[in-house]
Design a protein around this ligand. Structure first.
Ligand SMILES: NC(=O)c1ccc[n+]([C@@H]2O[C@H](COP(=O)([O-])OP(=O)(O)OC[C@H]3O[C@@H](n4cnc5c(N)ncnc54)[C@H](OP(=O)(O)O)[C@@H]3O)[C@@H](O)[C@H]2O)c1
Length: 258
């Protein structure tokens, strides 16, 4: 039996489907009881007792730190520690962890530092660990699909749209995870994933072709940097024929938005 966390998401979903397709037994671990089937377990990744039960009796488990709404360092590290506690207490022999390029570094890598923490925590559980270090996901374009479909824009959160970047499909990552679960290594290993390279301009071209309309690339970092620089240099000064003071307070606007 293989326990799969994040099974309603990209990589966990692909891992579960791959195992199913090979007629291997899968226990999807979901947090929402409404999403659980008869063979599934309900556990939140912040609940060590429920997660331990979900992993108990399994030959292997797939784990991840999902995107969390808060950027809280404590929350991310706590989730990594909770996962490791459940791996240790359940006695599951092999765990496949979704990690990232750069997870060899303890800090200086933004959110990737939490995947370093996860790898380290799992290393102390006694289980054999397969850390799957992925580059960028091709599916990250989902976050800006609305801007593309409705506004004809492909926003780029960098200084250039012409830097080749490795991007892999989450279905490929899920397959790697499933294969590792089905055929575990004798000792812990790190799997460095590689894949095709694209520039953001190529992403815009390919997405535009799929949507049936050309997309304009918007370099947000450069645009925002220039705007804040202009503000700092005092360029955003009053220059109208007359002035009008708007009176609505921020609190009223936020209350209306909420
Ligand atoms: N984006 C990148 O380029 C990149 C690169 C390398 C590594 N990564 C790693 O990949 C992760 C994202 O993987 P993904 O795209 O497969 O995730 P995803 O599609 O966003 O799915 C997240 C899954 O986690 C579940 N989940 C969220 N919070 C939970 C909780 N508190 N308890 C239990 N389950 C919970 C979700 O369940 P619900 O259905 O209930 O929401 C969902 O099944 C990132 O967080 C990062 O660690 C990302």
């Amino acid at each position: 039996m293989y326990a799969i966390t994040g099974a309603t998401g990209h990589v966990g979903g692909a891992a579960a489907r791959t195992l199913h397709a090979r007629d291997l037994p899968v226990r999807r671990v979901v947090r929402d009881p409404a999403k659980a089937g008869a063979a599934d377990a309900v556990a939140d990744l912040t609940d060590p007792a429920a997660l331990t039960e979900a992993f108990r009796g399994c030959d292997g488990a797939f784990v991840l730190i999902p995107p969390l709404p808060s950027g809280s360092d404590t929350e991310h590290r706590h989730m990594a520690d909770t996962i490791a506690t459940a791996v240790r207490d359940s006695g599951v022999g092999h765990v496949v962890a979704l990690s990232s390029w750069g997870a060899q570094h303890e800090s200086g890598t933004g959110p990737i530092r939490w995947l370093h923490h996860l790898e380290q925590a799992l290393g102390g559980t006694g289980a054999v660990v397969t850390a799957v270090r992925s580059p960028h996901f091709q599916e990250k374009v989902e976050a800006t699909l609305g801007a593309a479909a409705e506004g004809g824009i492909h926003p780029v959160f960098g200084d250039s749209a012409d830097v080749p970047t490795t991007m892999v499909a989450t279905r490929d990552i899920g397959r790697v995870a499933a294969t590792a679960l089905a055929d575990p290594p004798a000792t812990s290993e790190i799997v460095h994933l590689d894949g095709p390279e694209y520039t953001e301009r190529q992403v815009a071209e390919k997405l535009g072709a799929v949507l049936g309309k050309p997309l304009d690339v918007a370099l947000l970092a450069a645009e925002l940097a220039e705007m804040y620089d202009a503000e700092a240099r005092g360029l955003l000064q009053p220059a109208g024929d007359r002035q009008h003071r708007c009176v609505t307070e921020l609190g009223d606007t936020l209350a209306a938005l909420a």
